[in-house]
Design a protein around this ligand. Sequence first.
Ligand SMILES: [Zn+2]
Length: 271
Amino acid sequence: MKYFGYLFLLSTTIAIASDFSCPGGKTYPVSLTFDDGPAGAKTHKAMDILKNNNVLGTFFVLGENFDSEEKRRINYPILERMKREGHIVGSHTFNHIPHTAVSSERAFSNIDRATELLKGYMSPIVRLPYGDGSFATSKPEKKLASEKVMNHIKEKGLTHVGWSIDTNDWDVKKRPFVLESMMKQICQQHGGVILFHDIHQNTIDHLDGWIHELKKAGHSIEPLTYFYKNLENKSLLKKDEVHGYCQQNEDKPNAIDSLSKKINEICNKIK
Ligand SMILES: [Zn+2]
């Protein structure tokens, strides 16, 4: 009987160990972000999964999903649920365009239009589509365009938030490797902000499993705000952007909602 007991113990130990543990069993903080929504039932399902796993996420939504009465009727309640359940809502701008490849006027209005439509729901954060604003470029034209757009974002009191771990979940060919690639990048970069897209059914179908793997490898899934006080090495945000974000929140001593309250608390801690 004792012998079987040992066997049982051995098998459970093997079952607990993760195939994706980082070298030395190191564990890191990560944050989950979802772009391009809201996408109706898929986004609701994503929130169900996050809720069941007791995890908070960030949704960078597109303003174009709020440009008609019909869309607003469906999509504002999704944003309401996000806020109610403690998730962060950010702007992914209005149309999904490359902001550094269009005129400044078009880029600026595309950012502002989304901010206007998302007022009351979004935190003062924006993520430009296609990694604009996050990637260094050697092309002078693109660099100038990027500076202009980033300045505009700053002038509007917004903070640009990129990502550091790209799952390529949108790419049909790379989909089978999302988990492997994500876990590898986490070990290499010591955690970071993960990019997903809640508009893809494949992502929704696997999200629960991916979260389980993250937990199994010992990583902690944190709200995006966690990374505003833990940006040391090469990461998605510069330190001055972190302070900029907190300074903006200083102007609002009376937090309007629980999310702002939480952000204020974190900002107060890192002062
Ligand atoms: Zn996008």
